[in-house]
Design a protein around this ligand. Structure first.
Ligand SMILES: CC(C)(COP(=O)(O)OP(=O)(O)OC[C@H]1O[C@@H](n2cnc3c(N)ncnc32)[C@H](O)[C@@H]1OP(=O)(O)O)[C@@H](O)C(=O)NCCC(=O)NCCS
Length: 181
C-alpha cells in the first residue's frame, strides 16, 4: 500500500487543493461547500448514514447558517465525503457534527485528511477544544479520532442523542497541540 505522500502527490495542507485518492482515480479536491453541492451532499449523507440521514431542510439550513463550516471531497463530478463542524457562540469549542467518506473511498486517508484540515482551521482561529459524538461500536471512527489525539470524556453517555442512541463524547484540547495540522 502506498505511503500517504505517494497517495497524495499534491499533499497541500490547505483546502482547495487537488490531490489523488489513489492511482487511477480522478483527482479529488477538498474545498468549501457551495449551494450547488446540496443535492450531492444529500446523496453522500444518505449513502453513508442510510438509517439516519439529515433531512433536506437540516442540511439546507446548515449551509445557510454556517456553509463555511462544511468541507467536501469533490472529483469534479460527484462528492465522496464531507465534514461539518460548528463552533459555539463563545468561540471556545467546536463540535464536529458529521464526518462521512463514501464506502468505496474508505481506508485511503480521506477521513483523516478532512479532520486534519478542520483542526488546522480551528487552531488558526484559536478554538480551545474540539468535541464530537460517536457510536460506541464505531471502531473505525473511534480509531481515527484517537489517532488525532481525541479522548473519550467519561464513559458511554446513555441516550445522548435520543432513546437508544448512546454515544461516546470525544474531546481534543487544541491548546495541548495533540495532533499536527
Ligand atoms: C469513519 C470514516 C469517516 C473514516 O474515514 P476513512 O477515510 O476510511 O479513514 P482514513 O482512511 O482516513 O483512516 C484514518 C485512520 O482511521 C482508523 N481507521 C479507519 N478505518 C478503520 C477501520 N475500518 N478499522 C479500524 N481503524 C480504522 C485508522 O486509525 C486509520 O489510520 P491508518 O490508516 O493509519 O491505520 C469512514 O469510515 C466513514 O465515513 N464511516 C461511516 C460514517 C461514520 O462513521 N462517520 C463518523 C461518525 S462519528
Amino acid at each position: 500500500m502506498a505511503v500517504p505522500e505517494e497517495r497524495f502527490p499534491f499533499s497541500g495542507r490547505h483546502a482547495d487543493q487537488a490531490f489523488l485518492a489513489d492511482s487511477g482515480d480522478r483527482p479529488l479536491t477538498m474545498r468549501g461547500v457551495t449551494d450547488a453541492d446540496l443535492p450531492e451532499l444529500l446523496r453522500v449523507d444518505r449513502e453513508v448514514f442510510p438509517d439516519d440521514p439529515y433531512p433536506y431542510f437540516v442540511l439546507r439550513q446548515h449551509l445557510d447558517v454556517h456553509g463555511d463550516r462544511v468541507l467536501v471531497l469533490d472529483d469534479g463530478t460527484c462528492l465522496h465525503g464531507y465534514v461539518l463542524f460548528v463552533t459555539t457562540s463563545d468561540g471556545y469549542a467546536c463540535w464536529v457534527l458529521s464526518l462521512a467518506v463514501s464506502a468505496d473511498q474508505r481506508g485511503r486517508g480521506l477521513g483523516k485528511r478532512l479532520m486534519l484540515e478542520v483542526l488546522r482551521q480551528l487552531r488558526r482561529e484559536r478554538v480551545g477544544e474540539v468535541r464530537l459524538t460517536v457510536e460506541p461500536t464505531n471502531a473505525a471512527a473511534i480509531m481515527l479520532y484517537r489517532t488525532l489525539g481525541f479522548a473519550p470524556e467519561g464513559g458511554v453517555h446513555r441516550n445522548y442523542l435520543g432513546p437508544g442512541e448512546d454515544r461516546l463524547i470525544m474531546v481534543l484540547g487544541l491548546s495541548k497541540g495533540a495532533a499536527g495540522g
